[in-house]
Write a protein that binds this ligand. Structure first.
Ligand SMILES: [Zn+2]
Length: 75
């Protein structure tokens, strides 16, 4: 059986309503490595903006990724 961990649909750091889903552990860690505490349409916007950056730039740093995540947040 796959090891699962609890994921908050709306992150706890962003006033979660308590709704959770269990995800495979490795997938869950990878999700947060990529998306941090983004959720919903913010993740889609992050991928769209990142895709533009991938085409324009030779190098993308962790700071660049952080700025992109902050840019797409609905707040
Ligand atoms: Zn999670």
């Amino acid at each position: 059986m796959t090891h699962t961990t609890v994921h908050h649909i709306v992150p706890r750091s962003r006033e979660s309503d308590g709704q959770t889903v269990r995800l495979p552990g490795k997938f869950h860690k990878s999700w947060h490595d990529v998306f941090g505490n983004l959720y919903g349409d913010e993740c889609v916007r992050f991928i769209e903006l990142l895709n533009v950056q991938l085409r324009r730039r030779k190098r993308i740093t962790n700071n660049d990724l952080h700025r992109l995540r902050e840019k797409v947040k609905d707040k």
